[in-house]
Ligand binder design. Structure first.
Ligand SMILES: [Zn+2]
Length: 505
């Protein structure tokens, strides 16, 4: 997306000051709807007829959305100004958050509005129209790195609302490293004001106090100083981002640092071992104490991993063979981001990639790999599998599984391996390479379909699985490269519990 395109595709905040954007879609187009006061007041008539504020306040194309939003309250004094910030701008879309909407809810979680502005309109499967902007009201659990979409709305390019919806049973979804949700979460969960930064630093210091022993006094001092510095650094960045809209108090960061430096050294009697135990408590893995058999016990949010009855993966057998409509793939060549997130290699294509199946359209948010394949077909597993994770505008997940077996070298996978980052968690966007996700698919795309779950914690259910029956190929060398990173990152098969499995004839 070019800069001029960005400037011309953000009519929402201008026309409706409260119109808060949808956060997130990235890993999952999870949007939410926004309630615009113009829209809520029936007396004012449909929004499309409301006089757009932009008629008199048309911003220059290069003007930041925040500037536009600031102008709105003059026209509508009752409405607090939205403060749209562009967080991610990439081929096909831009993701904004409304910083003014970030707040803690009654449970202590953080809620915020966000939006995705696409550079072209997308057909809306629920109406005959097309939308260009999806806004979402999301709730973030900063400690556990999950989020849920509470409301969402779909808007045309001109800002007219096509559809709004409240998400009844909002599902808590994990935030994967390197995803757009991850960036939103980091933005939304970081301390927002000097006061919050101070509390954050004090909390960090408190954690250390709680577990430190007298013998560790020196080490603790260092940790406190480090945490404080980190927090201070954060507020500095945050204040830079906010300028010039908000005048920062005279160097609060430096004052805080000075205060913390003078703080007396922590001194408690708790055993230092507890620090280690606590860290391990939350770390899931494919073997050892954090292995799949223990996932359900690691955290309350992971309970479904143990208690769920529609878990994935499964051994696909006893399917009913029927005429299933083909999955319609609308994928395109585009740049991509790649990250080794500590559990797998994950790729985020930057293009507009969609599938349509069973009457619903889903956007491709990321794909990643497992070795060996997690799913089995009649008891057989495969060398690897690629999981292409899609999310519909109403938050449903559909995963296309492409089984991979040893054979010819796979040029697309070679492109990915050529661009593997050297360090875990260090996401990389190659400057020249691009890929078309369709090139991962085999020729014969008949598939097996069943309802299951995420195969990693929190093992959320309600996921539509589409397992392409014909495997694609990759070379022994290419399998070997992935094995160097992940020898085994497959969750074992789960009980089928009589689930219906449909298979294309
Ligand atoms: Zn997977």
């Amino acid at each position: 997306m070019t800069k001029s395109q960005i400037g011309t595709t953000s009519p929402v905040g201008e026309q409706c000051p409260r119109f808060r954007g949808a956060a997130v879609f990235g890993a999952a187009l999870s949007l939410a709807l926004a309630v615009c006061p113009l829209f809520a007041h029936a007396a004012e008539g449909p929004r499309s007829n409301a006089k757009p504020i932009t008629e008199v306040r048309q911003p220059a194309p290069t003007q930041a959305p925040a500037v536009v939003a600031k102008a709105a309250p003059e026209a509508r004094p009752a409405a607090p100004a939205a403060d749209w910030r562009s967080l991610v701008s990439e081929a096909g879309r831009r993701v904004d958050i409304d910083r003014a909407s970030i707040k803690k809810d009654e449970t202590g979680k953080t809620v915020a509005w966000g939006r995705i502005v696409l550079d072209k309109e997308v057909p809306d499967p629920r109406s005959s129209a097309a939308y260009k902007v999806v806004q979402a009201y999301n709730r973030y659990d900063c400690a556990n790195r999950t989020f849920a979409t509470l409301r969402r709305s779909f808007l045309r390019g001109d800002g007219e609302v096509l559809r709004e919806e409240e998400v009844k049973a909002a599902a808590e979804l994990p935030v994967r490293s390197g995803s757009i949700e991850d960036r939103l979460l980091r933005e939304i969960c970081r301390p927002q004001t000097p006061g919050e930064v101070r509390r954050e630093a004090e909390r960090a210091a408190g954690r250390v106090l709680e577990v430190a022993s007298f013998d560790l006094q020196k080490a603790n001092e260092a940790v406190v100083a480090k945490e404080t510095k980190k927090a201070v650094k954060k507020v500095a960045t945050s204040e830079e981002a906010v300028a010039p809209a908000r005048a920062a108090p005279a160097d609060p960061a430096a004052a805080l640092e000075a205060r913390m430096a003078k703080a007396p050294a922590p001194r408690t009697t708790a055993a230092p071992r507890r620090v280690v135990a606590r860290e391990h408590e939350v770390h899931w893995d494919y073997e050892g104490p954090g292995g799949p058999e223990n996932w359900g016990k690691l955290k309350p949010e992971f309970a479904q991993c143990a208690k769920g009855t529609r878990q994935s993966p499964i051994d696909l057998r006893d399917s009913i063979v029927v005429d299933q409509e083909p999955i319609q793939f609308q994928y395109e060549q585009a740049p991509f981001r790649i990250v080794d997130n500590g559990h797998t290699v994950q790729v985020t294509p930057q293009g507009n990639n969609f599938i349509t199946v069973m009457g619903r359209t889903y956007r491709l948010t990321q794909f990643h790999f497992h070795r060996p394949s997690e799913e089995r077909i009649n008891g057989r597993d495969f060398d690897m599998v690629a999981h292409l994770v899609h999310q519909s505008a109403d938050g449903r997940l559909a995963v296309v599984a492409v089984l991979l077996e040893r054979g010819e070298a796979n040029p697309t996978i070679q492109t990915l391996w050529n661009n593997l980052p050297l360090e875990k968690q260090d996401e990389f966007q190659p400057s020249t390479a691009s890929l078309d996700p369709a090139s991962l698919l085999p020729k014969d795309r008949r598939y097996l379909a069943y309802m299951g779950s995420l195969t990693t914690p929190p093992c959320t259910e309600g996921v539509l699985w589409l397992v392409i029956r014909q495997p694609a190929q990759l070379s022994a060398d290419q399998i070997g490269i992935f094995s160097r990173l992940y020898r085994n990152n497959a969750r074992p098969v789960q009980p089928g519990n009589g689930r219906l499995i449909k298979e294309s004839r």
